[in-house]
Ligand binder design. Structure first.
Ligand code: HEM
Length: 361
């Protein structure tokens, strides 16, 4: 039965209201609450130069290799979406099984980004005389400083995360990180599990304004048949880089300004030049399109929301106090810690550190 004009009008209004609220909702920028146990001045006494040290390192590293900014930003995202922001992605595999790095979505994380986190940790250990700053806090700060170093917005990062002594399973990684072939409904289903919404999805996907993707992450859109939502000139350009399915090459995620953190990613989507299905569908889908249009029009709106959504992402299931440890080596849990739990020795150490912290040592 055909819908009555009244019903059709009501349905249209509902869509209009839904898209209006998503686009306008981002104007109502409320800073996310700071998770219990975290604070902006967590290292004020124990390592007052912590933020400066991370910032200086990242700035210098990005000057030498701009790609490291993309690598560090993605590393923080892959940490937070799987088991929370606990630096578990940095842990090497062990006798208990393969680490998160062995899971397919993590195989393309940049080795230079892992090396940078360890190098920063070593600097912090020298400066602060001991394992004071957690690897998960370093990840969060390095991601922010990568954004800033490529021209993006700054935002304040709540600190005080502890690191987990155990990594997630390969299956957890696969279900926590959405595939690039996903459309908006399945992206939203994944984000909902970690309390992120459609506004966060559109804003955080803007991280694809920097960095590279392998042909294998999008060649389902080229072969056997081209994705009809793709701009034809963009399609032929991609086919030059990826002439056959499975080509082992990379191309820029943002065709306009590949190394700058700006809002051109959204301009690309308007022009149907998004690289992954998960990117382009943000524009195809009626619910997320108004926000894409708004961020394409107004870079400041994107920057403001990106900062808010990064702080939200950076607080997913954080461990604080004696729930975790400050790793002495970001790639391995501290000696004496049992996977899945904290042994008495590391618990005593953590409690000792907390006491020292509150006494101002
Ligand atoms: C929403 C779901 C997301 C999907 C499906 C997705 C998927 C991907 C894929 C497939 C790649 C390329 C991997 C390769 O082929 O080498 C990639 C790269 C990248 N992603 Fe995402 N991503 C998502 C969200 C995010 C978020 C939230 C951020 C950060 C805020 C982010 C930041 C990056 C960056 C910076 C790169 C480039 C990395 C490099 O050049 O080393 N992504 N993403």
């Amino acid at each position: 039965m055909a819908p009555t004009p009244l019903l059709a009008a009501a349905a249209l209004m509902a869509v209009a209201v839904a898209s209006w609220s998503l686009a306008e909702g981002a104007g109502d920028l409320r800073q996310p609450p700071v998770a219990q146990g975290l604070s902006f001045d967590f290292y004020k006494r124990s390592c007052p130069r912590a933020e400066t040290i991370v910032q200086e390192y990242v700035k210098d590293a990005v000057r030498k290799d701009v790609g490291i900014a993309a690598g560090l930003l993605r590393l923080h995202f892959h940490d937070c979406f799987v088991q929370g922001c606990d630096a578990s992605v940095l842990l090497d595999g062990s006798a208990t099984g393969p680490g998160e790095q062995q899971a397919p979505p993590n195989l393309t994380l940049r080795p230079s980004a892992f090396a940078a986190i360890n190098a920063i940790r070593d600097r912090l250990e020298r400066e602060c005389r001991g394992a004071v700053v957690s690897c998960s806090d370093i990840l969060a700060l390095a991601a922010r400083d990568s954004v800033v170093s490529t021209g993006g917005p700054s935002y304040r990062v709540p600190l005080g995360r502890r690191d987990s002594p155990h990594f997630a399973t390969v299956q957890d990684v696969l279900s926590g990180l959405p595939a690039p072939t996903s459309t908006v409904p399945s992206l939203l289903a994944v984000l909902r599990n970690i309390n992120l919404d459609a506004t966060d999805l559109v804003a955080l996907s803007g991280g694809h304004t920097v960095g590279l993707g392998h042909c294998t992450s999008f060649d389902d859109r080229l072969f056997p048949r081209p994705d009809p939502t793709m701009n034809p000139d963009f399609l032929s350009k991609l086919k030059q880089t990826c002439p056959a399915k499975g080509t082992d090459r990379r191309t820029a995620l943002d065709i306009r300004t590949p190394n700058a953190f700006d809002n051109k990613y959204y301009v690309n989507l308007l022009n149907r030049q998004g690289l992954f299905t998960s990117d382009q569908d943000l524009y195809t889908n009626a619910a997320t399109r108004p926000l894409v249009e708004r961020f394409a029009r107004n870079q400041q709106d994107f920057f403001n929301q990106f900062g808010v959504s990064m702080v939200k992402m950076g607080q997913i299931k954080v461990l604080t106090g004696n729930q975790g440890q400050v790793r002495r080596n970001c790639s391995a849990r501290n000696p004496g810690t049992v996977a899945g739990d904290l042994s008495w020795s590391s618990l005593a150490q953590t409690v000792g550190e907390a006491a020292a912290e509150s006494l101002g040592f």
